[in-house]
Write a protein that binds this ligand. Structure first.
Ligand code: TYD
Length: 226
């Protein structure tokens, strides 16, 4: 049972799966319906965590090894949870977060080969009881995702995690699907290799009943039409 009165939805998936586009679309939809929505992301989302994000994505921590990186991701996550996510949920907001604990399980665990016990111990400390109510996993073949991601960054140098090989990306996809199989009440796999509009409709069909079930009070005077 969630300890908060808001709704915590996380978005996961490999490179180029369309997470940010879909988060924006869902946020727009929920706001039009009058809900208080906070969009955030990891690594980052709070001033302290954004500083750590730079260290992680520049590759500055890479030489120190995956254990160091995992601890840094967890440190950033804890700051983000305590400074931003927990207060927003306590105030009754819907929080949409681009990546969360499952990214650590997949990137540092499945493809970083860090022991699952260490990953889980770090997550327990990092989230300190704030767990997602619902996780949308955007699924698509690694090759397509990478092509999309490269197009998007057109010319910009790939970050520390985008530089890795296609097999690594496929392994991550499998790891996400395993997480979904093991936690079906929380995780929903959405096929992302189809038109943006269709993906958005599928996501709304998953999230909207949860919003409704919680019986949120809408901000007064808000527009309720689609
Ligand atoms: P970002 O630029 O936010 O890209 P994306 O659009 O892929 O989300 O980069 C975040 C990168 O950090 C991404 O490659 C995944 C990685 N990551 C981890 O390895 N572990 C984590 O716990 C998180 C949150 C992200």
């Amino acid at each position: 049972m969630a300890e908060h009165s808001g709704l915590f939805v996380t978005f996961e998936g490999g490179e180029g799966a369309g997470k940010s586009t879909q988060i924006r679309r869902l946020a727009d939809l929920l706001r039009r319906r009058g809900y208080d929505v906070l969009v955030t992301r990891e690594p980052g989302g709070s001033p302290g965590a954004e500083a750590v994000r730079h260290v992680l994505l520049s590759g500055a921590a890479e030489a120190s090894g995956v254990r160091m990186e995992a601890i840094l991701f967890a440190a950033a996550r804890n700051d983000h949870v305590e400074e931003v996510i927990r207060p927003a949920l306590a105030s009754g907001a819907i929080v949409l977060c681009d990546r969360f604990v499952d990214s650590s399980r997949v990137y540092q665990g499945a493809t970083g080969n860090l022991e699952p016990e260490l990953i889980e111990a770090l997550q327990r400390v990092a989230v300190n009881g704030v767990v997602p109510d619902c996780t949308i996993i955007l699924d698509l073949p690694a090759e397509i995702g990478l092509k999309r991601a490269r197009k998007r960054s057109s010319g910009a140098a790939p970050d520390r995690f985008e530089r890795e090989e296609i097999e690594t990306h496929e392994k991550r996809r499998e790891a996400y699907l395993d997480i979904a199989t093991n936690d079906p009440a929380r995780c929903h796999v959405v096929e992302a290799d189809r038109p943006e509009e269709e993906v958005a409709t599928a996501i709304a069909a998953i999230v909207e009943p949860r919003v409704g079930a919680l019986g949120f009070a809408k901000a007064s005077g808000a527009e309720t039409a689609l």
